[in-house]
Design a protein around this ligand. Structure first.
Ligand SMILES: Cc1ncc(COP(=O)(O)O)c(C=O)c1O
Length: 396
């Protein structure tokens, strides 16, 4: 293998050395600016999926970039053998926003979920080992998170030994009531199912989940990796139902593109992960935490605007639905949109990309949009205009 700095080692644009686990769009990007991604050829693409919910303030927001640069000059990494003020300050802020008591930091959503599962496992007696999860849910790609993921095609061949998981239909209160029993140690749910196709859980359903988990001494775990941190117009989506989970899992936009996950615990849940029971080399490093603090300050300022922009976008999408019978439903909560189609979504995504718009397809027939919190009315118009064109003439 040629490992010199000269071609063919450098400058060869090939996927030959990458694991073939992704099906990528035919787009290679070199930069981003605001709500736009910039292709290698200099073409600008309106990004309505924001790195799958990560770039909540778009690309290269000056406030976030300046904090990132400043902190990178002070200190990027320390292990958790020592403390630093940014991790403490971030934990305090997250606890204040969520109503929970303690935070553990990792590097991704799936790791944040693993920490939650370990606390549940540590607490559960053998006769209380069942976990209730939702059909269509997504909780990550590591073995524990995958065991809970309510999409059999993702779970197949990856069985997590010892996990007894019952999957129930989202928003079916009777099914939830039947599933949560004395042997249940936890109920795990996304208050808005994201990968599953944007299905918001109803307030009464979330409240019932809280009530039943209390009655059976089970933990309620809210997976807010996709729907949390301002995306629905509240800090966390469970707050719409005025409930408090025992454990909250969050990640994606938390450090504005740097890898950071957080698991938030009540004092009671936190006791199950004492010293040496869990950890992370990179989790909660100074750079990620410092940027995350700035990001959380920005959401606090932006929260009312998110609701307003969500309403403006939804109104436009509803107009689009009326023009195109192929759209059978628009589901949304805040700035999470699922455009349900009666046809496969992949060709629509490809046609939109060819016209300079990046959206995503989930579950085969759902166009998903997670626009940045800073999306302007002009950008909403542009996105809807492109989709309108595509639905008029997809093959162009
Ligand atoms: C709700 C939810 N939970 C967990 C995850 C896993 O997060 P990560 O890919 O950061 O491991 C995702 C990722 O899409 C998600 O949407």
């Amino acid at each position: 293998m040629d490992i010199s700095d000269k071609p063919p080692y450098s400058g060869v644009m090939s996927d030959k050395y990458l694991l073939g686990n992704y099906t990528r769009l035919p787009l290679t990007v070199s930069a981003g600016e605001g709500c736009y991604l910039i292709g290698d050829d200099g073409r600008r693409y309106l990004d309505m999926i924001t790195g799958i919910g990560v770039n909540a303030f778009g690309y290269c927001h000056p406030r976030l970039t300046s904090v990132l640069l400043e902190q990178s000059r002070e200190c990027v990494h320390t292990s958790n053998l020592v403390s630093h003020r940014h991790q403490r300050a971030l934990a305090e802020r997250l606890c204040g926003m969520s109503g929970l008591d303690r935070a553990f930091f990792s590097n991704s959503g799936t790791e944040a979920m693993e920490a939650a599962l370990k606390a549940v496992r540590a607490r559960s007696k053998p006769e209380k080992s069942r976990i209730v999860s939702l059909r269509g849910s997504f909780h990550g790609r590591t073995m524990g998170s995958l065991a809970l993921t309510g999409q059999p095609e993702l779970r197949q061949n990856f069985v997590f030994p010892g996990a007894e998981i019952t999957f129930v239909e989202p928003n079916d209160r009777a099914a939830l009531q039947a599933a949560i029993r004395e042997d249940t140690s936890a109920v795990v749910l996304e208050p808005v199912l994201g990968e599953g196709g944007i299905y918001p859980l109803k307030t009464e359903y979330l409240q019932l989940a809280r009530q039943l988990t209390r009655a059976t001494d089970a933990y309620l775990i809210a997976d807010e990796v996709q729907c949390g941190l301002g995306r629905t117009g509240r800090y966390f989506a469970y707050q719409w139902a005025e409930i408090l989970p025992d454990i909250v899992v969050t990640a994606k936009p938390l450090a504005a593109g740097l890898p950071l996950g957080a698991t938030l615990f009540t004092e009671d849940a936190a006791q199950w992960l004492p010293p040496h029971s869990h950890g992370s080399t990179f989790g909660g490093g100074p750079l990620a935490c410092r940027v995350a603090i700035e990001f959380l300050k920005m959401i606090a300022e932006e929260l009312p605007g998110i609701g307003e922009r969500a309403g403006q976008f939804l109104a436009r999408l509803e107009t689009l639905r009326l023009r195109h019978p192929v759209i059978t439903e628009i589901r949304s909560k805040g700035l999470m949109f699922g455009i349900q189609l009666s046809v496969p979504g992949a060709p629509i995504v490809a046609a939109a990309l060819a016209r300079g718009l990046l959206v995503n397809c989930t579950q085969g027939t759902v166009l998903r949009m997670l626009p940045p919190y800073i999306v302007s009315e002009r950008e909403m118009d542009e996105a809807v205009r492109v989709l309108d064109d595509v639905f008029c003439a997809p093959a162009q």
